[in-house]
Design a protein around this ligand. Structure first.
Ligand code: ATP
Ligand code: MG
Length: 577
């Protein structure tokens, strides 16, 4: 693989040359500068702050890897914090899945698992503080009235008729909001900032709303819930986060976070914005992923076609490959879309190093070796992983009747076809040279059986007289082969940007109807069936791709997901076109 070779060369160059200063990305540079100037007393403390309203996706992985790397590379600390301020959409199921996924990625929060809901009382006290300072007020406008009074980019908003309530009245009403005296949506607490600010976020934003709902941790204790913009900066401040890394869309929220912290006179983290990850052929918003799950367009959050961490894991991605991908794409200040082949190449490179090689035939065709003794079985040596000699060899059964891939035989083949065709000699991987003699067809002209003869002198796959063959094909012994279900995946969407304005239909219209192909009866060598327990190992089916036992797989009923094909077939298509 070109990519792998380039990587290798790069590493060798690094080894041979004098140590160079590492090229820092802009966030590393900010942290290095802060460490130099002593801005946070040399401390570095980052966090990953998911809202538990869905499963994590590969975009979150970018944020996790970045935050965790900034902490560990600077002897700092990393918190995992649930931003659980919205009881309506949050569930314990999501909390559990996020813990699993962050742990799987290798980010270790040690004893710093935090929940925003643990700070509800402190946030409430801060709000009371702002009311006392005359910086917040209870407003009786409905959501619609508020939005109508927001103003436009060129016109200031209209101040709320409740803006000048006295501090006493505000304290009383806010306490009664908390006590549950008012129905949902009837009142809010708003910051008193500037209805004429060019930044909409500063036009008296809502800090609290009334919600009578069960919270996954605090139950029904609270009847008011903090808005994201009020809560988020406070959470970072309370935890002593130094570098509060978030995605670009929060850039114009920063003045509001700063305003809150300044008015309260509390500790101030540094917010840094970076570009979110977008991938081709993928949608990344949790709302849309939830819609795909709920609408039955996929089998669940962990459907191997989903860009979720659990989907990637089930498909056979490794934590190493996801981390390598996140390193490779880097960190930038402008939005862009990464080609999904970059992700696929990352897992291909990792599995090339680690996956055990096996033989499996997806679309079986019988191959009979006419001069091979009837009833005999030979157990031949096959290398488990040429990239890692320590993985050793295994025995593969060989006999008179084998299965090969249908596409490895052609009756009338062009000159450049180096697989089986009458008169041509090929190597059966790890076994013998065979020469094709003829084939048998059914009434419809379909080939049902291929006949050949073998050269006993070529045992192991080499001819003592030095003669060469151009093709090597994989096979399994028909008598010993086991059935397996194999699931082949293609991209979930058939257009590059299902989400973009250039594709005017609803993104679901661009779902690829051929994204899943199930092969019910593939034939695999016994070692594959025996190693088919979920999570047991990653495999390369020789010449076909990398495979991983599905969560539904058992030794008796093996099910394998193709993680990725061996080569980037899409790149070839693109080159041809
Ligand atoms: P989504 O837009 O998918 O619903 P979100 O931002 O609402 O995601 P959160 O749970 O709030 O989801 O995200 C937690 C963290 O992950 C945030 O700090 C957010 O900036 C980051 N994050 C979310 N999506 C991406 C992405 N595509 N690329 C990089 N970071 C992301
Ligand atoms: Mg969010």
């Amino acid at each position: 693989m070109a990519q792998a070779q380039e990587g290798d060369r790069f590493e060798k160059k690094e080894e041979n040359s004098a140590p160079r200063e590492k090229q820092l990305h802009f966030i590393e540079q900010i942290i290095a500068d802060d460490e130099k100037s002593g801005k946070f007393g040399g401390r570095v403390h980052t966090r990953f702050p998911p809202e538990p309203n869905g499963y994590l996706h590969i975009g979150h992985a970018k944020s996790i890897c970045l935050n965790y790397a900034m902490a560990t590379e600077n002897n700092g600390l990393f918190n995992l914090r649930f931003d659980d301020t919205n009881p309506a959409k949050e569930e314990t199921e999501y909390v559990e899945s996020i813990l699993t996924d962050v742990r799987w990625l290798g980010a270790d929060w040690q004893d710093r698992l935090c929940f925003a809901s643990d700070y509800f009382q402190q946030m409430y006290d801060y709000a009371v503080d702002l009311i006392k300072k005359g910086k917040a007020y209870v407003c009786d406008m409905t959501a619609e009235e508020m939005s109508a009074a927001r103003g436009t980019a060129t016109e200031p908003g209209t101040p709320s008729p409740w803006r000048d309530r006295t501090v006493e009245e505000n304290l009383d009403l806010f306490a009664r909001m908390k006590a549950g005296e008012f129905p949902d949506g009837s009142k809010t607490l708003r910051a008193k900032i500037d209805m004429a600010s060019p930044n909409f976020n500063m036009r008296d934003p809502v800090m609290y709303r009334i919600v009578h709902a069960e919270h996954h941790r605090t139950g029904s204790a609270w009847k008011i819930y903090p808005m994201y913009d009020w809560a988020h900066g406070l959470e970072d401040s309370i935890e002593g986060i130094t570098h509060s890394i978030c995605t670009l869309e929060f850039e114009n929220h920063r003045p509001l976070y700063d305003w809150f912290l300044d008015q309260l006179g509390v500790y101030h983290p540094q917010q840094i914005e970076f570009a979110r990850l977008n991938l081709t052929y993928t949608v990344m918003s949790k709302r849309k992923l939830l819609e795909l799950v709920k609408g039955g367009y996929v089998s669940g959050w962990d459907d191997p076609r989903m860009p979720t961490i659990c989907g990637l894991r089930r498909r056979g991605y490794t934590p190493e490959s996801v981390r390598a991908f996140c390193r490779a794409i880097g960190v930038a200040k402008f939005n862009s879309t990464i080609d999904v082949t970059v992700l696929e190449n990352a897992v291909r490179e990792d599995l090339n190093r680690t996956a055990l090689r096996r033989m499996g035939v997806l679309r079986p065709l019988k191959l009979v070796i006419d001069n091979y003794p009837e009833g005999e079985t030979e157990w031949l040596d096959a290398v488990n992983n040429p990239e890692n000699p320590a993985d050793g060899v295994r025995k593969v059964p060989f006999s008179k009747v084998l299965y090969i891939e249908q596409e490895d035989f052609m009756e009338d083949a062009p000159k450049k076809y180096f697989r089986l065709t009458p008169g041509r000699e090929v190597r059966l991987r790890y076994a013998y040279f065979v020469t094709c003699d003829s084939c048998v067809k059914d009434e419809e002209g379909r080939v049902t059986e291929v006949h050949c003869h073998y050269d006993p002198a070529t045992r192991g796959g080499d001819a003592p007289d030095g003669r060469k063959v151009r093709g090597t094909i994989h096979w399994v012994s028909a008598e010993h082969a086991r059935d397996a279900q194999v699931r082949l995946y293609d991209r979930l969407f058939s257009v590059e940007n299902p989400d973009s304005a250039s594709n005017p239909l609803d993104y679901k219209e661009y779902l690829n109807p051929e994204s899943l192909e199930v092969i019910a009866h593939a034939k695999v060598e016994p070692a594959l069936a025996d190693g088919a327990a979920p999570g047991s190992a990653h495999y390369q089916f020789e010449r076909i791709g990398y495979f991983y036992p599905d969560t539904e797989s058992t030794a008796g009923n093996p099910v394998f997901n193709r993680t990725v094909s061996l080569k980037d077939t899409w790149a070839k298509v693109a080159q041809k076109g």
